[in-house]
Design a protein around this ligand. Structure first.
Ligand code: GLP
Length: 533
């Protein structure tokens, strides 16, 4: 089976339509096998446009549809005959007499099935068969466990199919419980087959189809015996179920992601006694989740520097620890490890504020400044420190010392710790300021107090934030100059005051065509991004 993974549904539809168009150009009197359901709708739309432009011709084409509910009248909007007329037949130059859909009103379904099968054979068989896939792996209406060596036949629909298809009916009770469907044997006689799958709701069945051997519980796996099948799916359907792990100083967070959808999250306390205990506690939770979900891969975000598969993290017991290989042995799945800030950037770019942009830089403002650079959907990596944006030097002479060994690093000026350090100095020199009073009332001086005082009109706080946003803007401007991203996304607790921060920051950044936005995922960005590693 060949697999084509498309960016999204529109690309999938265009790709499928191109393959059908090639078939019709090579053989204008082709016999097409057609499918209903929501998945092929976009493909039909493209085919209609191609036909209207004169690129493809349906005048000599014959079509056989896979299936039809039973009983149902062809005039009923839920019938597959009605669907096909609406989506394709009435919009292209096909002779309606050359379009066949099983008769949902027949008094003699057995004869209808035999005749349908004979009719396909009389037309020389199907040249190209289009298929969708049900969430339970059915193709046509060949349900799990049914006789899969069958020709066209009358079948009972499974409960899950009735449930899935009830969206097209007024109520579940209105869904016919039976259908006439081409059998797996009829489908496998087609010369070529295109199977379409779109959306996260299909990711589980797509991974079953790709990973499992032929079995009757997932009827689509029978397609594996056919020599010419192309599966065209979008990223959401393809990526399967993944587990993301975000190791923090206090908690380890877990996110189960299906396609691009978060389906479950959990967290455990960070075991800091040794690398082994931390890794085995993470493995225990991974194995628990693996029993509940069909997880195929694990991605881990960790603080620190990762070089040649080994992690060094100051605040965790990782000292040259082979985290990926150690965890992989315990969970029996492939494990990929990356820096936590990079994972958060990837998460934000795929699930959060960065979704609408191609290239983003995410900046996390906290004790230091972390960051990740995402270009074309991937983390930009260097040997080890790429993304250590907190350590770009913004003060070349006499800059503040940084624990990294340099002087003048950006995080010494624009991190939240730097803001608090400046606030402490200001409070000492201006003990009567509103900020000093607020800090006294609160019993501590934190970033929050600076914003609160500023909101209440404190001049000292205003000056502090002016200076702080100046430094923030200097670093952001440098990053924009070097990388030219579409957007810069700011994250970290301080961004909860984005309503005050952003208006002060924006006028200080010259590149007005780069969007400056606040993260929307907050604490989940890291685990979600790790899942996509
Ligand atoms: C129906 C059809 C199938 C189709 C399936 C998936 O049950 N009989 O041929 O593949 O639905 O539909 P959708 O593409 O809407 O998910």
């Amino acid at each position: 089976m060949r697999v084509i993974v498309c960016e999204d549904y529109n690309e999938l539809s265009a790709q499928a339509a191109r393959l059908v168009a090639s078939q019709l150009i090579l053989n204008p009197s082709s016999v097409l096998g057609l499918a209903t359901g929501s998945t092929p709708v976009g493909m039909y739309r493209h085919l209609v446009s191609m036909n209207r432009r004169g690129d493809i011709d349906f005048s000599d084409v014959t079509t056989f549809n896979l299936d039809e509910y039973y009983p149902i009248s062809p005039g009923s909007p839920q019938s597959y005959r009605y669907f096909m007329n609406e989506q394709l037949f009435s919009k292209v130059n096909i002779d309606i007499n050359n379009t066949f859909v099983p008769n949902g009103m027949t008094d003699d379904p057995e004869k209808e099935c035999l005749d349908y099968e004979k009719n396909i054979e009389a037309h020389g068989g199907i040249d190209l068969q289009i298929l969708g896939i049900g969430r339970n792996g059915h193709i046509g209406f060949n349900e799990p466990g049914a006789n899969l060596n069958s020709a066209t036949h009358l079948t009972e629909l499974s409960e899950s199919t009735v449930d899935a298809n009830s969206r097209f009916f007024d109520s579940e009770d209105d869904v016919p419980r039976r259908a006439i469907t081409m059998g797996i044997a009829s489908i496998l006689k087609s010369k070529k087959i295109i199977l379409l799958a779109s959306g996260a709701s299909k990711s589980r069945v797509v991974s079953e189809l790709l990973d499992e051997d032929i079995n009757t519980s997932v009827p689509a796996t029978l397609l594996k015996v056919h020599p010419d099948v192309v599966l065209i799916c979008d990223k959401d359907a393809y990526s399967g179920t993944r587990l993301g792990v975000d190791i923090g100083g206090t908690n380890v967070k877990f996110a189960v992601v299906e396609g691009r959808k978060l389906i479950y999250k959990s967290s455990i306390r960070t075991e800091k006694s040794s690398a082994d205990t931390l890794i085995s506690s993470i493995a225990d939770e991974c194995n628990r989740l693996k029993k509940l979900y069909p997880i195929k891969t694990v991605g881990v975000g960790t603080p620190g520097i990762i070089r040649d598969g080994r992690v060094n993290a100051a605040n965790l017991p990782f000292r040259s620890t082979p985290l990926a290989s150690g965890l992989s042995k315990l969970v029996d799945m492939p494990v990929t490890v990356d820096n936590d800030a990079n994972c958060a950037a990837l998460g934000e770019s795929e699930f959060g504020a960065g979704k609408k942009y191609q290239n983003i830089i995410m900046i996390t403002l906290g004790t230091g400044i972390g960051g990740g650079i995402i270009f074309d959907g991937s983390i930009a990596h260097g040997k080890s420190s790429m993304g250590e944006i907190g350590h770009i030097i913004i003060e070349a002479d006499g800059g503040r010392p940084c624990p990294c060994g340099q002087h003048g690093c950006w995080e010494q000026y624009a991190s939240v710790s730097a803001l608090i350090a400046s606030a402490k100095e200001a409070v000492q020199s201006e003990p009567n300021s509103l900020l000093s009073k607020l800090a006294e009332e609160k019993g501590r001086l934190d970033g929050e107090a600076v914003f609160d005082a500023y909101e209440k009109g404190c001049k000292v706080a205003a000056k502090l934030l002016e200076k702080y946003t100046h430094y923030l803007a200097v670093g952001i401007t440098s990053l924009i100059n070097v990388f030219g991203p579409d957007a810069v996304i700011l994250a970290g607790g301080i961004t909860s005051r984005g309503n005050l921060l952003i208006p002060m920051l924006l006028p200080k950044i010259p590149s007005s065509d780069v969007a400056i936005e606040i993260s929307t995922l907050e604490n989940d960005a890291g685990s979600l991004g790790a899942a996509l590693l």
